[in-house]
Design a protein around this ligand. Sequence first.
Ligand code: F0G
Length: 444
Amino acid sequence: MKTVQRCDDCGTELGPGDTAMACPKCEGLLSLVYEAPAERGEALRARFDSRLVIPSAPVIPNPSPVIPSEARDLHSSGVWRFRELVLPDVDSADVVTHPEGNTPLLARDSVAQWCGVDTLLMKHEGANPTGSFKDRGMTVAVTQARRVGASAVACASTGNTSASLAAYAAHARLPALVLVPSGQVSLGKLAQSLAYGAKTLLVRGDFDACLRLARDAAEKLGVYLANSINPYRIAGQKTIVLELLQQLRWRAPDWIVLPAGNLGNTSAFGAALREAVALGLIEKSPRIAAVQASGAAPFAASYRDGFRERHTVRADTVATAIKIGDPASYSRAVRVIRETNGVVLDVPDAAILDAKAIVDASGVGCEPASAASIAGTRELASRGEIKRGERVVAVLTGHVLKDPGILLDYHKEASRTKYANAPTEIDADLSAVERVLKLSRTAR
Ligand code: F0G
C-alpha cells in the first residue's frame, strides 16, 4: 500500500501528492495513512534504537562501512529516525533536514516541587534548530513541498511556525510567505522570519484571520500551505512522543501535559500514542492533558461541555503563541482527549508567567506558552487529578529567548510579580557591587 491522505470524517482518499488541505467532499481534516511496518513490539523498538546516534558525532569524517551515508543523515534526525511512522516511502534525497529533534528530557527538582508531583520530566522542544517543536513538522512539510514541486510555501502563524518555515524553506531554496498578526508576534520569532529570508506579511487582524487568508492564498494562488492542517506536519510532530517514549526506554509515563492552541500538536500526540499502542511499542497510553491560557480557551470550554458544542472566542493572552480563538484541528483533538481519557484545562496568565519564572530560574528556560504545561501540571496535581507517584512528562514547546519582552516586563515589575529577579543599576565602583552581594547573601 502506498501512502494516501484520508479524510477523518468521510473516509475520502486523496493521493499523497494532492495539495488540498481539506477533504474536497466534506471539508474534513486529512490524515496520512500508510502501510504499517512489518515489525511489532520489541523488533520495532530495536530498529528505532539501533539508529540512535550521538547528535554531535562527526557524521562525514568517520564513515561507518555498514550504514550508507544517506541513511546516516536521516538517522541523525529525531524525526527521520522514526520514518516508518512518518513517511515510509520517502526518498532520502528529497528530505529537507537540519537535522531536528533529539531534544532533551530534563528533570529539575525545583520545578517538580513547585508543581507538587514526584516525577516530572520536561521534554524541551525549544532545543530544536529554530527553538520550537515546529521544526519536527516542518522538515516533513517542506520535504513534501519539494516532492510535489511546489513553487512557494506559505503559512499563517503566531510566530514559531513562521520562524520554522522560513528556515526550512531557506534550506530547500523555496520562497516562503508568512502571515502573522501585526503587533502580536514576539520579538525573537519575528526577527527569525526576517533573518531566514521569508516574505513577512504583518496582517491587520488576529491569528484566526491570518489562517483564513493563508488558506485562501494556498487555494487560489497555488502556494503550498505548511500549517498544521497539513497532514505532513502532523506526521512529523508525532515524533515528539515517539522520541520521549524512546528516551524512557519505552516505558510510557502516566501523563503527557502540553500547551494547546490550534490543536495540531494535541492531534499529533494522540496519533502517535494510538500507533505506539497498536504496534506494541508501549503497552498502555498515557493520559493527555491539554492546557490553554484562560483568555484563549475555546477547547477547554468545549471540554467542560462534554464536547457538545464547538466554542470559539476572541483570544487574549500574554502567551501569544497560543492566542487562538478558533482552533483548526478541533475535531481531531476531541478524539484524542476521548481516546486517552485526557483532560483539557485552562490556566490564567499570572499562573503561566509564574510557572515560566520557575522553569527559567531552574536554568532550563522556556517561552510563555510552554510554561502553560507547567502551570497546568501544578493545577492538576492540586486538584488531585495527577496523583502522587504518577510519572509526568510536560512538554516545553519553545525556547526562553523567543519572547524576551514578556520576560523583562515580568522581572522589572518586582512589586507586582511573585518571582521577579529585577536588575539593579549601580555606579561603576566596587563598594556598590559589595553592597549588592551582601544583600543577596542575606536574602538567601
Ligand atoms: N507552544 C508554542 C510555543 C507554540 O508556538 C504553539 C503554536 C503551541 C504551543 C500550540 O500548539 O497550535 O499545535 O496547539 N504555535 C503556532 C504557530 C500556532 O503559529 O507558531 P498547537
